[in-house]
Design a protein around this ligand. Structure first.
Ligand code: HEC
Length: 158
């Protein structure tokens, strides 16, 4: 009985084997469209990462956690490194240049870490740079603000 069951399940398995990859024609003209769409998704993904880092920067900075603040700033810088490859310009705005200008304001935040009176306005200046570019690229409906709660509840910023 057992060998029969085994044989039956092997037959069932074999019939489930996916069709060979030759079923994937991938015509050249159709490939151009998804590539453009993927690029657009990538900039939004970079931006989403920036928003997450900016939230972490707020909580690390207001908690006076300078090493974590430095780390988050470094990760933010890394996130924009390849951005000009993703989208060189948006509505005539040079994307990498504007992002670098915003990032150039970040190191000043490390000096203000833990001093909320100094940190908050310096942070808001960066947020303004983000939002000004959203307006300039006709994405003014995307507004970054100070975070009210960490995006991840399992992170400590102390
Ligand atoms: C070069 C101008 C520019 C700068 C500077 C900029 N953004 Fe953006 N941002 C954009 C554009 C353009 C989009 C729309 C992306 C798209 O069309 O895919 C966007 C979209 C976003 C989004 C929405 C992403 C999503 O998931 O849909 C967020 C969040 C965001 N930006 C946050 C930020 C933050 C935070 C900063 C500052 C650290 C910043 N942006 C700086 C141009 C900019």
């Amino acid at each position: 009985m057992k060998p029969l069951l085994l044989a039956l399940s092997l037959v069932a398995l074999a019939s489930c084997t996916p069709a060979p990859a030759s079923q994937d024609p991938a015509p050249a003209p159709a490939a151009a469209e998804p590539a453009g769409a993927a690029e657009k998704v990538e900039l939004a993904e970079v931006m989403d990462a920036l928003a997450g880092r900016m939230a972490n920067i707020w909580f690390a900075g207001t908690a006076g956690n300078a090493p974590l603040l430095k780390y988050e700033i470094h990760e933010l810088e890394e996130a924009v490194e390849d951005v000009s490859r993703v989208r060189p310009t948006e509505h005539g705005v040079p994307v990498a240049d504007r992002l670098e200008a915003a990032l150039a304001m970040l190191p000043a935040l490390t000096e203000a870490a833990g001093d909320e009176a100094a940190f908050a306005p310096a942070y808001d200046a960066v947020v303004d740079a983000c939002n000004t570019c959203h307006v300039d690229t006709e994405h003014g409906y995307i507004k970054v603000i100070r975070p009210t709660a960490p995006a991840q509840s399992n992170r400590s910023f102390e």
